[in-house]
Design a protein around this ligand. Structure first.
Ligand code: PLP
Length: 427
């Protein structure tokens, strides 16, 4: 049995998206923070703690809510905070997006949005629209719906045929044309035109929705083009804003930053600043109205979760939105964007660096993989960086940084400096 110095057993806990064997074989380094050493969070928990950790207003809101009303079902009854939260989100969201369906995670939000798309087309008498279009390398959570529209082979390979009829647009990253781009790369908008080919081959009348993270590649122009093509063919456009909403790109939503309005937006993570789980789907009011008007049953949408609109999550979300507003964190994120950009691009000449890219308060340093050992180099960076007091995130040989929006400029400098030192010492 694996035990830590403090007698904590590691055996029963099956860690998600983790190299369990490696973690449990060498738990010491991962738990040094247990010894009181501070670790600077370079990834906002997991892209979620936008207001940092332990914000007193969020903590207080959660504590008060548990005491006041710990749980109420969302089926057939509702509590005031969840109605008020839906109003707030509708007010924040782009024009015409004013219906809010609550979930508990990004994955649930994605699966919910896909289901809403199917029900909407059915309500309009177009039940044959059942195909979804995702994108290579896209990540849309771990549900069967999100795994199906996602485009990462390792996440899909053992899960059978998944949802039928899903197609994928090409990925928008191209090293040759985009390496070391600052902000949105110029190249890549034409990749949206691939949707026209998919529509031509499959016929528009079979396609329910296109889902993308409004982030990758030359986001602005690419999203505009996707919007034009989907609108022309009656296909719904879903922006998966699980990471990008709530200030990560210096605005409430990526849709706002890029001036492109989709039909549905999925959110989670920053909605409560990660303090308790909550997600939501924001939909164009017309979508909900169509579904409600066409419903033959008293219940119009046969979908929902035990913890949809949980009072504690709703209270946390109100507090997080208050903090974002009162501390001007979306604006702050926009101000810090060039600071992070300069700090990261300063690592360009470090060993093994293949590319550096950034947008909003997100940056990535991509390393050349070690021959025959993909991911090993970045995994080593993760461990060494943690030992040096910074938490980063790695996927494949990419090191991602997305600090909380409250991060100080000197902390950004520290993140880059430590990363640079770690890279200097790497084989
Ligand atoms: C774009 C996107 N969609 C969906 C998800 C899934 O969210 P969750 O892990 O809360 O289910 C994530 C998680 O990182 C994400 O980045």
């Amino acid at each position: 049995m694996t035990r830590l110095h403090n007698e904590l057993s590691l055996d029963a806990y099956w860690m998600p998206f983790t190299a369990n064997r490696a973690f449990k074989a060498d738990p010491g380094t991962r738990y040094r923070a247990d010894d009181g050493r501070e670790v600077l969070d370079g990834i906002s928990g997991l892209w979620c703690c936008n207001a940092g950790h332990g914000h007193p207003r969020i903590v207080e809101a959660i504590a008060n809510q548990v005491a006041e009303l710990d749980y109420a079902t969302a089926f057939q009854v509702g509590h005031p905070k969840v109605f008020a939260l839906a109003e707030r989100l509708a007010d924040m969201a782009p024009e015409n997006i004013d219906a809010v369906f609550f979930t508990n995670s990004g994955s649930e939000s994605v699966d919910t949005a896909l289901k809403i798309a199917l029900v909407y087309h059915h309500a309009r008498g177009e039940s044959e629209r059942t195909r979804f279009v995702g994108r290579e390398r896209g990540y849309h959570g771990a549900g069967f719906g999100g795994t199906s529209v996602g485009g990462i082979g390792n996440n899909r390979k053992h899960f059978g045929p998944l949802l039928p009829g899903v197609l994928h647009l090409p990925q928008t990253y191209d090293h040759e044309h985009q390496a070391f781009s600052r902000g949105q790369p110029e190249w890549g908008a034409h990749l949206a035109d691939e949707l026209e080919r998919i529509v031509a081959v499959n016929h528009a009348s079979t396609i329910a929705a296109v889902i993308v993270e409004p982030f990758a590649g030359s986001a602005g122009v690419l999203l505009e083009r996707l919007r034009e093509i989907t609108a022309k063919h009656g296909i719904l456009l879903i922006f998966d804003e699980v990471i990008t909403a709530f200030g990560r790109l210096g605005a409430g939503f990526a849709a706002e930053r890029f001036g492109v309005v989709p039909d549905l937006i999925t959110i989670a993570k920053g909605l409560t600043s990660g303090a308790v789980p909550m997600g939501a789907v924001l939909a164009r009011g017309e979508i909900r109205k169509t579904i409600i008007d066409a419903a033959p049953d008293a219940i119009e949408l046969f979908h929902g979760y035990t913890y949809s609109g949980h009072p504690v999550s709703a209270a946390a979300a109100h507090a997080a939105l208050d903090v974002y507003r009162d501390e001007g964190l979306f604006e702050r994120s926009r101000t810090l964007e060039p600071v992070l950009e300069d700090a990261l691009h300063g690592l360009r000449d470090k060993p093994h660096v293949r590319d550096i890219r950034n947008l909003g308060l997100v940056g990535a340093v991509e390393l050349e993989p070690r021959p025959g050992e993909p991911t090993a180099r970045a995994t080593e960076v993760f461990g060494r960086a943690f030992d040096r007091g910074i938490l980063v995130r790695t996927t494949a040989d990419i090191i991602a940084l997305a600090p909380p929006l409250i991060v100080a400029e000197d902390e950004i400098a520290t993140l880059a400096a430590v990363l640079g030192d770690v890279l200097d010492g790497l084989d």
